[in-house]
Design a protein around this ligand. Structure first.
Ligand code: ADP
Length: 293
């Protein structure tokens, strides 16, 4: 199942240009859409999920025109929005049953088998009779995936699913996602670079409504090989001086000292060490390029 996004633009009534002529092809894999908060990820995800129309452009899922044939797209789509929001006092199993009916799974036997299998798959079997309102953040996200998987979707969109999860819950959630990604197309939107690094054979970076880069994480890393330099500086003054002289792509405060990472074809100066490029460097390099333009 391939998703083809062509020339999507969206300006909200308040004047915010959330998408600026975004084009992207997503094959039958787990695809990572990486970008800072406010980049336009949710706007893009909601558009592909048939919930919002763009001002211009088109989206196709295989040959299906998403904007023109929303109902058909919804039949093959599973969507976990950023704010799932609905956690009533009803139990997980009853809620999934109800949602399965809404999705058109009319046979009670088929419905029970589907719901039971999803509860097992998302590791919620033991807590299936507990009220959703009592679920932890990680359990809620796993329930969110269970409902997105109802009725065997062929395309799954998950919007910022790991924000707010603790490391163990995040791990469990990403493992679940990666087991799903083997069978269907998954679009994972996130501002967490590590989510994409761990899971996605292809990714795109989006910021300020613009697509900055599309490719395989390994290839985007290779493009920066030998060009990332690191130095630890202890004073804010030295950091400021470096920032004005060099292409600083990121700084991290480690035990009171700043680790500065610089993009440069050759050694940018005394005390800099060449370091292996990381996906964070790709991300911050592309954001800094956009900021400089
Ligand atoms: P992301 O998911 O990457 O955080 P969004 O798509 O939510 O980005 O938002 C992109 C930009 O559009 C932001 O500046 C946001 O404030 C703005 N925006 C999003 N939804 C609306 C809306 N319904 N009305 C006005 N502005 C919006």
């Amino acid at each position: 199942m391939a998703v083809t996004i062509s020339g999507l633009s969206k300006t909200y009534p308040n004047g915010v240009k959330a998408l600026k002529n975004v084009s992207l092809s997503i094959g039958n894999i787990m695809f990572g859409l990486l970008g800072p908060n406010g980049a336009g990820k949710s706007t893009l995800m909601r558009t592909v999920a048939t919930l919002q129309d763009p001002d211009s452009g088109s989206v196709h899922v295989d040959d299906l025109d998403v904007l023109a044939r929303k109902n058909e797209v919804r039949k093959i789509l599973g969507y976990l929005p950023q704010e799932f929001g609905v956690y009533p006092k009803i139990s997980a199993v009853d809620m999934l049953e109800h949602l399965a009916v809404m999705k058109g799974v009319t046979s009670p036997k088929e419905r029970k088998e589907m719901v039971d299998a999803l509860l097992q798959q998302t590791n919620l079997w033991e807590v299936r009779k507990k009220a959703l309102s009592t679920f932890s953040g990680g359990m809620k996200q796993r329930f969110g995936i269970a409902q997105a998987l109802l009725a065997n979707p062929r395309l799954i969109i998950v919007d910022e699913p790991t924000a707010g999860l603790d490391p163990a819950e995040r791990n469990r959630f990403l493992n679940l996602l990666s087991s799903i990604g083997r069978e269907v197309t998954v679009i994972l939107s996130t501002h967490i670079v590590a989510d994409v690094r761990e899971l996605c054979p292809r990714m795109a970076i989006i910021a300020n409504g613009e697509l900055l880069l599309e490719g395989a994480p390994a290839d985007t890393l290779a493009a920066l090989n030998g060009k990332i330099w690191s130095k630890v500086v202890s004073s804010d003054e030295e950091l400021k001086a470096l920032e004005s002289q060099m292409h600083v792509i990121s700084t991290h405060l480690i035990a009171g000292q700043h680790e500065v990472r610089v993009y440069s074809d050759s050694s940018p100066g005394d005390g800099f060490q060449p370091v292996d490029s990381e996906l964070e460097d790709v991300y911050f390099f592309n954001l800094s390029q956009q900021a400089n333009n």
